[in-house]
Design a protein around this ligand. Sequence first.
Ligand code: ADP
Ligand code: GLC
Length: 480
Amino acid sequence: MNVIMAAPEAFPYAKTGGLADMAGTLAKELSRLKIKVLLIMPFYRAVKERVKNPENLGKSFIVEIGGERIAGHLYRDGNTVFIGCDRFYDRPELYGTPSGDYPDNPHRFIFFARAVFEAARLLDFKPDVIHCHDWQTGLVPLFLKAFYSRNGSFPFFAKTKSVLTIHNMGYQGIFSRDVLALTGLPADMFTPEGIEFYGKVNFLKAGIIGADMITTVSPTYAGQIQEEEYGFGLEGVLRKKGGALRGILNGIDYSVWDPGRDGHIPETFNRKSFVEGKAACKKELASECGFKDHDAPLVSFVGRLSYQKGVDLISAAAGDIVSEGVNLLFLGKGDSLYQEELKELAGRHVGRVYARIGYEEDFAHLVYAGSDIFLMPSRYEPCGLGQMIALRYGTPPVAADTGGITDTVRNYLPLSGKGTGFLYTGDDPRSFRQALWYALCAYKRADCWKGLVKRAMAEDFSWKKSASLYKDLYDGIAGL
Ligand code: ADP
Ligand code: GLC
């Protein structure tokens, strides 16, 4: 079985969030299941900085967008092929700056969608399945149906099927109507059954209507996105897909996230013996953050600074939190509004609140390992990797009971000695604060806390099971 993983980002090459982890790790895990995987992604500046000597495959192609002929070039590192086109991808960020998206994102991802097919042909890699991720690759399933597999127009793709994984309904790639002409799709696709969405063009919708199978990243979220509250206007379109929509929980990459052999932390630890190791990590983290009181409970947030992640709920409760003698740490990057808010908060509570604005993979390891409690007050969460990593590093989360969090965190019940974290419902600072109080009370009872940490670390979030579910899914559609 040949699978093309068409991803707008993939770890370790370029990452803004969990999609990169998911695409990179799934590609690796599928190879273990004897599936031939070719991961295709843009040759961003971040990739160039990371891969010092990519193999230049010496193969080029042309894509016509709006009458302009634009050249692309293929590079390779192992099983990953990069689509080179400097005018589109050689930029400081992947999709935009803190003040907004790159205005030519439609061009950048129309080009990428076309490039996926060009690369497959040039490399003579005949895919049974093209697995796409999020709106950036939403045009691929529709292009496959409209241009490549239709009426045998390209025998090379005659049997190719497509899968779209939705990582986040909150980002759909919605553009003005004239973008339709740039895609080359026929004008009669601009209908409510096609890619029209309230008078605009919607790339994620293109993927939904075009794909043979759709997945999202947790079973709970798969149900939620068919409802108005979480479907962001596409709930009806998803409901129509019926049995073609599945929720498959992500795993985390245990070769990257393992407190027992993590090179980024001062002392490794495991579920049988974590007290000293975690204490050493906490000490280093507290001094790195300039906290005055190193023994105070250390409570952290790691994530994209966006409305989805509810970081504003933490800042709204921050005054109360620090007055309880808690150290509060933020590691995040995103909307300038939240970046400024956190900087201002840290300035107001020097020695108690620390905000690191930036994307720092290495530091994140120390934060997961050295914190006592992890905060994830997401307004919605398709899967969420942060809470799974935190559990693995013995840092129980205080988290919103939604989406993938519901599927991965078991609520702590004091007397029963069960549970791995503290869940709450409702997106208001009060509910969140209440859950944090419960957590802080439990933290004070050392024996209970040890049991909680042990249970958290014992959870299995490896990719094995999920990768085999994806394999079954491909087997089910390939060759039909
Ligand atoms: P999302 O994909 O919605 O951003 P996830 O919880 O699925 O959220 O995944 C986020 C991933 O990105 C995790 O691996 C997390 O550790 C990482 N991450 C997010 N923000 C940062 C940051 N500022 N620095 C380092 N790692 C980060
Ligand atoms: C998205 C979601 C997140 C999920 C990640 C990987 O960015 O917001 O919940 O874990 O994709 O699937």
